[in-house]
Design a binder for this molecule. Structure first.
Ligand SMILES: Nc1ncnc2c1ncn2[C@@H]1O[C@H](COP(=O)(O)OP(=O)(O)OP(=O)(O)O)[C@@H](O)[C@H]1O
Ligand SMILES: [Mg+2]
Length: 253
């Protein structure tokens, strides 16, 4: 469904992506996991065609998008939903105005169909009745839901999540992860990038661990646990350690 073949990108002298090859199957939730600055958001920008790689190829289905112009990308972009790292919502507009924004711009639907669509999506994300509330009055978790709702407005075949739970408390984070799984069950192929290991393990059918712009390991959670790669071991060790600490703590008398 999505394939990166030897993708490299540099800004001036700084290598951002270093010979990245990745393959994401239709319908799966693929997680790209890596520390801050590893190149996660850059990979998303390459996959959605916002950036072109210096070398290598990027396939969406059978189409190589690595050299397409913004205009040539448009039909493909309609098949994609993007949930940006900082949500990129219009804070002074209402929930309804945000969710319907692209439908009004490009959807060709009349206003009553748009209303219907918005209320169907809001009910799917458990925010029914919030149409008239302004974004800046919402909590972080609700804003993230609205960002997901907007990404769903075109029934995307592929949905990208950039750090979907960053900044959320554990309960809201869990409900966003549950929502990502429910979106996936509707049939979309999902790509989530995160630095949070628990999130990756919770939702990922496959994981790709990246560091300094390069893929260091790809596979299932079980593959990661068996990895001999030093970076993967170090990254996963933190969680082992937390789990071990919890196990040894006596919570109950
Ligand atoms: N437009 C740009 N010009 C120059 N360098 C950039 C640009 N965008 C990103 N970078 C650099 O590319 C590297 C990777 O950035 P990227 O945003 O992809 O990382 P990330 O893994 O998403 O990090 P984070 O977890 O902090 O969001 C960083 O060193 C960043 O400073
Ligand atoms: Mg990022």
């Amino acid at each position: 469904m999505i394939r990166l073949e030897n993708v490299s990108l540099a800004f001036e002298d700084k290598v951002i992506l270093d010979n990245i090859s990745l393959s994401i199957k239709k319908g799966e939730i693929a997680v790209i996991l890596g520390p801050s600055g590893a190149g996660k958001s850059s990979i998303i920008k390459i996959m959605v065609g916002l950036w072109q790689p210096d070398s290598g190829r990027v396939f969406i289905g059978n189409k190589d998008i690595s050299k397409l112009s913004e205009l040539e990308m448009l039909p493909l972009r309609r098949k994609m939903g993007i949930v940006f790292q900082g949500n990129a919502l219009f804070d002074s507009l209402t929930v309804e105005e945000n969710v319907s924004y692209f439908l009004k711009e490009h959807g060709g639907l009349n206003s009553s169909l748009i209303k219907e669509k918005v209320s169907e999506i809001l009910s799917f994300i458990n925010l029914e009745g919030t149409e008239k509330i302004c974004i800046d009055q919402l909590s972080g978790g609700m804003k993230k839901r609205v960002a997901i709702a907007r990404a769903l407005s075109f029934d995307p075949e592929i949905i990208f999540y950039d750090e979907p739970t960053t900044g959320l408390d554990p309960i809201n984070a869990k409900s966003i992860l549950d929502l990502i799984k429910r979106v996936s069950e509707r049939g979309a192929t999902s790509i989530a990038v995160t630095h949070i290991l628990n999130d990756a393990v919770s939702i990922g059918d496959t994981l790709s661990v990246i560091n300094e712009g390069a893929v260091v390991e790809t596979g299932t959670v079980y593959d990661m646990l068996r990895s001999e790669n030093k970076f993967v071991k170090d990254f996963f060790y933190v969680v082992y350690q937390d789990a071990a600490l919890l196990k040894n703590k006596k919570f109950y008398k």
